[in-house]
Design a protein around this ligand. Sequence first.
Ligand code: C2E
Ligand code: MG
Ligand code: MG
Length: 638
Amino acid sequence: MDSFSNGAIAAAYLILPLTLIPLLQTAHREIRPNLLLAIAFIFSCGVGHTLTALHLHSNPWHWVTAIVSWAAVIVLLKSQRRLRYLGESFRLLEATWEESITGKILFQRVGKDLSILKINPAGRRLCQNLLAPGDRLCEKMPHHRQSVYPYSKPLIELYLETLATGESQQLNFQYDGEISGWYLTITTALSPKLLYMTFSELSEVVHDPLTKLYNRRILDIQSDCWQSCIYIDLDRFKLINDRRGHQIGNQLLIKIAKVLNRHAQHHHGIAVRVGGDEFLLMLPQADAEAAYTVATAVLAELLEVEIQGASISASIGIASGAIEGFEEDGHISGLLQAAETALRDAKGDRHSDLPQHRIQIWNQALADRRLRHITLEAYLRQRQSEAEFWLAYQPICHMMTGKIIGAEALIRWNSAELGTVAPSEFIPVAENTGLIHRISAWVLVHALEQLAEWQQIAPEFTLSINISPVELEDNEFIEEILQQVAAAGIAHGRFGIEITERGIYHNLDRYLQSLQSLRDTLVRLKVDDFGMGQSGLAQLLRFRFDEVKVDRGFIPSGPDDLEKLAICRAITNLAEGIQFGLTAEGIEQEIQREMMMKLGYVYGQGYLFARPMPAAALTTLLQTDSRLVQPPSSLQSS
Ligand code: C2E
Ligand code: MG
Ligand code: MG
């Protein structure tokens, strides 16, 4: 037995040195002799035990030694993976060490500082020989001892965090306040004591490669220098890119960038490309009027820019000085948000390319509107606001007989705090904040419940709800509509969905599938506010729909309204050819009803027939089979 335990100890001691070999490979030069000595010593212990085993001179303590030795072998074998990882990381580092154009530094943690073990040639060049092996990083670069951008944390803490999370951290740090002195750094912990960073000249990181303008990162760095922001968004750029190709698009962008850069330099500011076709001019003075003058000059020049016949226009938003209401986001972010809000406003005003239509300065009205949006959003977010919603139903009538053939569900919100809020006001807010999903789900459930009830009274009755275009991207919601309609036991074609033409047009490719799956089931698909989106039927005919609701903006006011008459007539002709139903929206006067009827419109909706009403009122009308209007007198007599 003794010889057996001695044999076991001997085997463990002989295997142990093998597990240390990877460590030997990755250790740095100074500790290599020590490691070699340790390996030789353990190995010689193994040989000694082998000899003892052969001579059978042992006692029970050999058992204890045997167990401890094997435990050591197991622990070391288990740490092999970690050692191998270290070995590979080092090999990788070594392979790209000399030629790399990014700076690389290997650090060792020493108390509250980081001591540099190695730095590659690119690293030395990038930090202008400021750092060398043996240097203490935090001591040498006092700025970082306090904080490392964008974290307001000392570098050492970031390092500890890297260790704790096992994730690389990205940090930028500054040592001279100069842009050229900034580096982007990735930190990786190799072991509890070892840290590895790569970094590159920040000037490469803050520039847009195509236009050579700054990119958005520059504003993180220079957050306090700028007092005015001119936010520029190119109009029609996507169209040019799609139709004329990226080559032309890119050339246009480069030319535009040159214009912007020249103006920026002239006014001691900077030009920044923040997105595909969005740019900023950041100026040092807080003077909105001066910024407007600059913007006007920029716009005039942008309108001149042309590449092979392709030209663009732009919308511009301006914000200056301290912006109220954005305090918590910080100065630069407030400035940017205000300018962008002004830009969106300018974007909506497409009357002409004149500065007064294309340039908008952040003003009190925009500030108020934004505040209103925030307030509406806050209330919409509260679940209890659902109790304040109700559905109004506006009848859709047979134009000739005045008989109710269906209705449209329109949401109403009587807020305890805000009073009555119109859907045209809160639906866009809900769409922008994603809250629309909850609202649509609520409308769907309640409208279907109501329709199931009305089906008992009037089997032919149809009901439609409005769906925001963004819902078409939500496959779950589309699924839900299909399921709920089936579950509510609604007869074929009695339930409809209205989607505005404008909404569909912008993203038709993305929506096609959702539109089709809605139509393939029981749902009647209606194109709402037709005429307003100006998409042209060629676009719309790419999917099948059942009905078009002509926007009330296109209903002629009288027989002299020739232009609208012509449009409505053209739509009827199309409807006959392509076989879709037609409803005229916003019929307010008898004359409109008569004209539309003559043009071939069979169904109508509008105040002339009825205003949106509570469900109970419509139930009464349906029960009594009421006619909302009498047939036109001109037709009665004949
Ligand atoms: P819409 O779908 O085009 O609905 C018709 C709008 O025109 C309704 O306004 C209706 O009250 C109004 N209207 C009807 N007849 C006349 C008329 O003869 N003259 C005039 N001047 N107006 C008339 P409302 O209820 O304020 O809704 C505005 C818009 O809000 C709707 O336009 C629709 O796009 C949206 N909306 C309403 N309810 C919902 C909803 O539940 N979900 C979604 N996503 N949008 C909704
Ligand atoms: Mg509608
Ligand atoms: Mg409409």
